[in-house]
Design a protein around this ligand. Structure first.
Ligand code: HEC
Ligand code: HEC
Ligand code: HEC
Ligand code: HEC
Length: 199
């Protein structure tokens, strides 16, 4: 595992030019931490183009992107006050489902990550530090080894879509999944296979 980890880090250093900052982060990583959260802006770099399927924009237009901001609304304050919660945007009883990486210790979160971006890609696909690099991403086995949850499923959703949500009115997985669908076009997948990716 260690050697693999070093390999992945080497690839990271090659891919991203900002070697200085990365080296620092490599040194800062405690041995117990597997992968760290990078935040949606890192995914945006590659997942915005029409060719790859605009996953970033699909997400940005979805309720997940405003999950944190919605805790600042009068509606949120009303729900919170019924539960005797003074500030929903600062209270774990609301934040736990309305942001990514809630309660993760600071060393697991990189400085590019912003809680205010709500329920981000990494809430469902896992922390991205080690897979969010071109040479890793085009290869499924490498991505999975680097922590990518390739197929988030109903159980992933139900960590938040459950009766502990004060506004819960049931959850139909298939309808909900269709509402947030963000597939990669087949032609694009073919292209990455030609570049050395996995089919
Ligand atoms: C350096 C560019 C780059 C970055 C940054 C990046 N990706 Fe990707 N990602 C790709 C490419 C290219 C593919 C297409 C692989 C293929 O053709 O199947 C991909 C594929 C994926 C897939 C599908 C994998 C598969 O085999 O079907 C998921 C899920 C994914 N990315 C999530 C993310 C998330 C989440 C982030 C941010 C944490 C992220 N990506 C950041 C380039 C990137
Ligand atoms: C167990 C996870 C969970 C917790 C805890 C949680 N929420 Fe939510 N919240 C959700 C989910 C999922 C939705 C969307 C569907 C639903 O209502 O179940 C939602 C929707 C909302 C909405 C609706 C947005 C809209 O206008 O459509 C508001 C407002 C809200 N939550 C506020 C709060 C407040 C305030 C708290 C804390 C008192 C809280 N939530 C705690 C998961 C949660
Ligand atoms: C609420 C959970 C959730 C969030 C947030 C989310 N995804 Fe996904 N993602 C999924 C699910 C579910 C699938 C479908 C998995 C399957 O094929 O079974 C998926 C699939 C994908 C795929 C592969 C599509 C394909 O055709 O193979 C990519 C790429 C991807 N997501 C990227 C992203 C990026 C980038 C973000 C953030 C901008 C993001 N996702 C945010 C749940 C999520
Ligand atoms: C980290 C917690 C979290 C996870 C995981 C999550 N969601 Fe959500 N989801 C939310 C919250 C919070 C909202 C409400 C956001 C708002 O409106 O402020 C929401 C809203 C939604 C909505 C719109 C409201 C509704 O209920 O119709 C859909 C659709 C949805 N989620 C689908 C999914 C699917 C599908 C998955 C799994 C693949 C998933 N979510 C995983 C937290 C989560």
């Amino acid at each position: 595992m260690r050697r693999l980890r070093q390999g992945v880090v080497a690839v990271m250093l090659l891919v991203a030019g900002g070697a200085g900052a990365l080296l620092e982060s490599v040194h800062a990583r405690a041995d117990s931490i597997l992968h760290r959260y990078v935040g949606v802006e890192t995914c945006e770099i590659c997942h915005s183009s029409q060719r790859i399927g605009r996953q970033f924009f699909v997400w940005a237009a979805s309720p997940h992107a405003r999950a944190y901001q919605d805790l600042l609304t009068p509606k949120a304050r009303e729900i919170a006050s019924r539960l005797k919660i003074a500030n929903p945007a600062k209270d774990g009883r609301c934040l736990s489902c309305h942001v990514t990486a809630y309660r993760k210790p600071l060393p697991e979160i990189l400085s590019t990550f912003r809680m205010t971006d709500g329920v981000q890609c990494e809430s469902c696909h896992g922390p991205g530090e080690d897979y969010a690099h071109f040479s890793v991403m085009i290869n499924r086995s490498k991505s999975k080894l680097a922590g990518l949850v390739l197929r988030p499923d109903e159980n992933t959703c139900k960590t938040c879509h459950n009766p502990a949500s004060p506004t819960f009115k049931g959850f139909d997985y298939h309808t909900a999944r269709a509402r947030i669908a963000h597939p990669i076009p087949k032609e694009y997948k073919k292209e990455t296979v030609e570049m050395g990716g996995e089919p």
